[in-house]
Design a protein around this ligand. Sequence first.
Ligand SMILES: [Fe+2]
Length: 391
Amino acid sequence: MDFRAHLPVQLEFGAGKIDQLGELAARYGKRVFLVTMTDMVELGFVERAFLSLNRAGLETVLYDSAQPEPKSDQIDSAAAVLRESKCDVVVGLGGGSAIDVAKAVAICAKHTGPVWDYVNLSNRPPQPVDASITLPIIAIPTTAGTGSETTPYSVVTNTETVQKGTIKEPAIFPRVAIVDPELSCRMPQKLTGATGIDAFAHSLESYLNVPNRSPLSDALAETAMSALIQHLPNAYADGNDLDARAGVAWAASVSGMVIANAGTTVTHAIAQPLGARLGTSHADSVALFTVPVLRHTLPADAERIARIGSLFPDFKGRGKSAEVAAELAIDAIEELLISVGITTRLSDLGASDSLVDELAEDVTTYMSRPLAQHPVLFSAEDIRSIVRSVM
Ligand SMILES: [Fe+2]
């Protein structure tokens, strides 16, 4: 065995933990910049965060204009507000997008460049980030999928270049992740299914990441995928099932640790440019490509795909050859997706035929690095055929 692991996030997991925000944030200063979205105000989560911060004697500056799939110009505006506010710590409260904005502004408020300078594209290196001046971050997820609370990543869309890229920077690992599964009980059913599948894809793709996976990331990925197989359909069927919500929230945070240490490959490499081109949500984009990418990968590593199948309690591939078991594993994953409402096709999202070539171009240029980490190298033609298969 020979590997490196980095799991620096203090995880505070449990129902009601949001009320500990104040005492946790007080370690990092007196003024808190709270990044969130207006629906978090409506759900009462912002008020609870304020009450906890007030009890700890902290001053709070509210920024509730974070948007889904955040754009670079919005982040630059938010960073200007943070700079003016003279806050010491940034709290991201909401789905992955709110947390990603919190992370990005924690860098930008203390650096001179626009946010896009710090995005790591496969064909353009990012500007350096000084960890010693980047503001500390506390993440409070209200969905269960992106795992942003345990990763050093922040995903940014550039509407000018029509690209969607990722800041990959250890300085933005949250210092603390407050994972309170009661918050995710308020998630709508469709979002529950799609974000849960995003979490599954994080572990699945990392499990197939040849150069970056390790015994640790494999073990965490198996744990997370098992928990999602067990709990996601229940959380989807009954949003108030706290046991299921906790199982999914735990799996999403663990999957975040998995991508922090291994990383996604082909499915995310296609999903991200799709989001930039069509405005499709990240979770929906990932869900679209997961099964076709697996079918295309099967001949390259049937044994590993079959091992994922064995995580399903009623797996039909036991005792079968690796190839047959891998086929059945992909069938089981497809059934899991369908069981949580994933049935969208690209044409339902208004895609035109030109998207096939556009995505192949995006994936093989600025998203090309993860392709080389997959068990089999996908050519531009392979990408085209996968995109066509979900039209
Ligand atoms: Fe993802």
